[in-house]
Write a protein that binds this ligand. Structure first.
Ligand SMILES: NC(=O)c1ccc[n+]([C@@H]2O[C@H](COP(=O)([O-])OP(=O)(O)OC[C@H]3O[C@@H](n4cnc5c(N)ncnc54)[C@H](OP(=O)(O)O)[C@@H]3O)[C@@H](O)[C@H]2O)c1
Length: 317
């Protein structure tokens, strides 16, 4: 298949683009050429880079047509954040490709009700990002279900991989929390540490895109959570990471208004975004229809990334 990946050099693309080449596809990667993949792989030599700035091209209504003119059979869109972007692309591709795969997010759900959350839960997103991604989901699934074009949406959790810092047990990206756990220093958690995070290894997401391509008949018109097999609580996450370092976690708990004063504004914002969502998503649908079996648990994914942080010198522990 001739596959165009829009944004194929980022967290997901680092794993997905080489996987597509290895599976025998002809791969074109659309990006601006500013971001290098996080890992080297010989497959990149076979990938054709198409340098386009999506925002600029969308401004002149030419992005969709430029993607269509690459003559793909499959398009994987990893960089779509606005309904207008999704519409411009979908309109240009309708009738011209075999399958459009769109990368969503579990943030389309907003607050959880019954957990683990299933894909058919009614949407109540909050925050600009989640609201926009839910609008895109509704639009694209509507097109697919009305038989305009086969479209599949994969909703990843918090992406983890080698080369960047994963969400830590405070639910932000500060590497110091892992260092504190490694050194058996105390860490403060908001509230009682029972809010959840739901990671996924980016390579499991990459694999899920290939599974969805291979099972287009089951995947078309559907959205799937692509997360690890189980979410974790912040206090459980802290304890299990401390054990991995050979320690017991020394945890203190503070009510949110006090806790947020103990960290930077940026860390507090990230933590709030994660704990307000406290995601806990089911993968039963992806297991059933796509045969998705994540290779990494949340902890395995994070531990691999933390070992890589130590190698990169980001974590001084
Ligand atoms: N990060 C998470 O934890 C997370 C969680 C759930 C869902 N998601 C979803 O994952 C998707 C993002 O995937 P990712 O994290 O792998 O992406 P990423 O690491 O942010 O990489 C973005 C990719 O898009 C390219 N790009 C950025 N701006 C562009 C532009 N204006 N025109 C053309 N190419 C552009 C980048 O290359 P250049 O810079 O070279 O252009 C790069 O290849 C989004 O749909 C997001 O909603 C992310």
């Amino acid at each position: 298949m001739r596959v165009v990946v829009i944004g194929g050099t980022g967290h997901i693309g680092t794993y997905l683009t080489p996987r597509l080449v290895e599976a025998g596809h002809e791969v074109l990667c659309v990006c601006r050429g500013t971001k290098a993949p996080y890992r080297k792989h010989e497959a990149w030599a076979s990938v054709k880079k198409v340098l386009l700035d999506r925002e600029t091209e969308e401004g002149t209504s030419s992005f969709g047509e430029k993607i269509a003119s690459l003559d793909p059979q499959i398009v994987i869109d990893l960089t779509c954040y606005h309904l207008e972007s999704a519409a411009q692309l979908a309109q240009a591709l309708t009738g011209r490709i075999e399958h459009l795969l769109h990368c969503g997010t579990i943030w389309v759900h907003g607050h959880s009700t019954v957990v683990p959350t299933t894909e058919d839960a009614s949407r109540s997103p909050f925050g600009d990002y989640g609201i926009r991604k839910a609008e895109i989901e509704r639009y694209l699934l509507g097109l697919s279900r009305s038989k305009e074009m086969p479209i599949t949406i994969l909703h990843p959790g918090h992406l983890v991989g080698t080369g960047w810092n994963p969400i830590n047990p405070q639910a932000n990206f500060n590497p110091e929390i892992f260092a504190a756990l490694a050194d058996a220093r105390p860490i403060a958690l908001p509230n009682i540490g029972m809010e959840t995070v739901h990671h996924v290894h980016a390579d499991d997401v990459a694999h899920a895109f290939l599974l969805a391509m291979a099972r287009r008949n089951s995947a078309a018109g559907e959205a799937f959570h692509i997360v690890s097999s189980a979410a974790i609580t912040l206090r459980g996450f802290a304890q299990l990471m401390a054990h991995w370092f050979g320690n017991e976690a020394r945890m203190e708990f503070l009510p949110w208004p006090e806790w947020k004063q103990t960290v930077s504004e940026r860390d507090a914002q990230h933590t709030w975004d994660h704990i307000a969502h406290s995601p806990n998503c089911s993968i039963a649908k992806a297991q059933q229809l796509l045969d998705y079996q994540p290779r990494y648990s949340s902890l395995e994914a994070v531990q691999e990334a933390v070992a890589d942080m130590q190698r990169r010198g980001v974590l001084h522990a």
